[in-house]
Unconditional design. Sequence first.
Length: 318
Amino acid sequence: MNLPLFFIHIPKTAGTSLRMSADQYFGREQIGLNYGFKAKETSDWVRDEICLNKDFFEIVNRHRAGECDFYTGHVHLKPHAGVFEQRNIFTFVRNPVDQVLSHYNHFVQYNGFEGTLEEFICKPQFKNVQSGMLNGYQPEIIGYIGITENYNESLSIINDLYGIELVSRQLNVNSNPVVRNVEESDVKLILKNNVHDVALYNKAKELHHSRVKLNTDKLPWTYGLIGHVGQHRIGGWAFSSEGDDVIELVVFKNSKIIGKIKANEARHNLMQCNIPRGAYVGYSMNINAEVGDIYEVKVLATGQSLGKKEITQQTLVK
């Protein structure tokens, strides 16, 4: 187990259950809580050093001193990204409709919100809350994104990934919500105002299901994607969840193999993400693409797909 771990607690995604499981496993003295300067839950040292002084490296210092193996809170990824190893950052996401409704119920019952559901949905601070806390980081580069609706399955992956034994708990479940039944118009309004959360949730589910399959087959996960496909070139990045070995890839065009490449090129834009191999994880290959061609990149050792891209007229113009 490589510590410390960083759990981004997105509101109303079963984060409280995960946090309490971590508290039980690591011990309260090893948990750094950050729920804001005024929140009573926030650890004293976090309030002083992180909230007030903005010294995020203090997390590392506390870990080295044997005082912080697990850090969490309603915090954004970006300020913390350089502190933690990329593979040690994880979170949960939830169906955006359910997340918004649960968030609304919570604000009405505990924060004194007096507006209607429609007013809540349309307030800027409640739009795209889930994706907003990830600050535009691609889902593929985050250590793991669990799915609230598949909580136990997700917890199993977390335990396997980090070599820990968190026990499943169900806490902070609202048994008396203000809103029980919603109109179809409300659902449409939620989806309209949370397009980024919808995209994040769909991608996270796709990655989760792929990861479950590999876990079942006892095969390692590869972080990666196709970053660019043009008329004459395809490229992206890939690296292992288990070490620093270079990832070998197979490139397909219309389901036929057209080449094998290694992900060992420099990707300087990823260095801030604290990823393995000093960010020498990129790959690229010359191609001759035409409209309608479908390109796919797979990991040679496991068959894991890093994605498919169809060539369009717009692709060729880029």
